[in-house]
Design a protein around this ligand. Structure first.
Ligand SMILES: Cc1cc2nc3c(=O)[nH]c(=O)nc-3n(C[C@H](O)[C@H](O)[C@H](O)COP(=O)(O)O)c2cc1C
Length: 379
């Protein structure tokens, strides 16, 4: 009965989003809409009446979905990926939206205005976005202050990156910037992700090279931190490059990987035809459907190679419970998303969670953790 009511509620919210919300939002500049939604989310989260109301319209929970991962309790596997709540303004509302965790940031050592506008585009036919924000954020000091001494209903991780400017382009300066952000965030984050895969930052992605990553992790390890640390990987690495990063991770304090960030690959046939605009032909990383398969392949590869030694968080092109389940069976313990929510609506999180409960039941699992890596487990 409860499941039937949730299904109807989600259908109604989804219908209203497709018929009213999305057509209006998609008429305006994507960054302005993002800023507007963030402002509304802050208002809803800050009010003791609208928070429970949001819960009624969007939240969903089920015991099958609960897990303890690296000592942290997750009420469900679906998290908000880094980049939607860059400045930690939405920590009060996202639990009511139904997320089981959220990742704030990416947060950098210094405040950063990001790249020149325009820097966010939609590709509706591909169900994708082109993102060229360039790590716009208020900087680690302000964001740490915002999170300090707050209580959260779900785990709040922080993604750290190096400030996007010429001054951090050398590996030494880049590392000092990461270390500054990590130091500031260690007291306010439930976990920290080291984002080594921003496709839009000055100086490229030096820390996806094994030697530079080794130096970065050695510097970060000097900071005392007893919570999980993840690495966020790009989808564009070869198997040999992934192997090299794994070898480095084996020597350091790495709990797992987020697979994956945006792609810079412009050869993807699905989107090639759509890249007509001069800007998006050359700049920005692509999210959503076009990266779904490559992200799942990265998860499968890492899971098989490491036999569950690392926690894998699957991210990229998740639009349904089936998409999420595919990544879980490939080896992901947790899931993160942004683009699916923009195209499908805020009820997507509840839809995925209730859909997962059905899929798990159909396959005879009592808890979601039993399905992690099921594609590769011997029967
Ligand atoms: C608007 C936007 C901003 C993003 N900013 C960041 C960021 O600051 N740090 C980061 O690690 N990933 C960032 N990402 C990448 C997402 O966290 C995620 O890895 C990617 O979008 C794939 O998931 P999706 O297909 O569900 O959107 C951003 C993505 C979007 C759409």
């Amino acid at each position: 009965m409860k499941e039937e009511i949730i299904k109807r509620r989600n259908q109604l919210v989804g219908f209203l989003y497709q018929k009213i919300g999305k057509p209006i939002f998609f008429k305006f500049d994507p960054e302005n809409v993002h800023d507007f939604i963030t402002a509304v989310g802050k208002l809803l989260g800050g009010n003791p009446l609208t928070r429970p109301l949001t819960n009624i319209f969007l939240n969903y929970s089920h015991p099958t979905l609960t897990q303890t991962v690296a000592g942290i309790n997750f009420k469900n596997p679906i998290g908000l990926a880094a980049g939607f709540d860059k400045n930690a303004g939405l920590t009060q509302i996202m639990p009511a939206v139904g997320f089981g965790h959220m990742e704030v940031g990416s947060v950098t050592g210094e405040p950063c205005d990001g790249n020149p506008k325009p820097r966010l585009w939609r590709l509706p036919k591909s169900q994708a976005l082109v993102v060229y924000y360039g790590l716009k954020n208020d900087g680690c000091e302000k964001i740490a202050e915002r999170l300090y001494n707050k209580k959260f209903k779900i785990p709040v991780g922080v993604s750290v990156a190096k400030t996007n400017c010429a001054l951090t382009a050398t590996p030494q300066a880049g590392i000092a910037d990461y270390v500054k952000a990590f130091e500031k965030m260690k007291g306010v984050a439930d976990y920290i992700t080291i984002n080594i895969s921003c496709p839009n930052a000055f100086g490229g992605q030096p820390f996806t090279k094994a030697e530079d990553l080794d130096t970065l992790l050695t510097a970060i390890e000097k900071i005392s931190f007893d919570k999980p640390t993840f690495l966020k990987l790009p989808p564009d690495l070869s198997r040999a490059e992934l192997d090299a990063l794994l070898a480095v991770s084996d020597r350091h304090r790495v709990s797992g990987f987020i697979c994956t960030n945006l792609t810079k690959d412009r050869t993807n046939e699905q989107i090639k035809a759509l890249l007509k605009d001069a800007d998006i032909k050359t700049v920005g990383g692509i999210s959503g459907r076009p990266i779904a398969e490559i992200s799942t392949k990265t998860i499968s590869y890492l899971y098989q190679k490491t036999q569950g030694r690392y926690i894998i968080i699957g991210c990229g092109g998740i639009f349904s419970a089936t998409d999420a389940y595919e990544k879980i069976k490939a080896g992901a313990t947790l899931i993160q998303l942004i683009t699916g929510m923009i195209y499908k609506g805020p009820q997507l999180i509840s839809e995925i969670n209730s859909g997962l409960v059905e899929l798990l039941k159909k396959d005879g699992y009592k808890n979601i953790s039993e399905a992690v890596g099921a594609d590769y487990k011997k029967v």
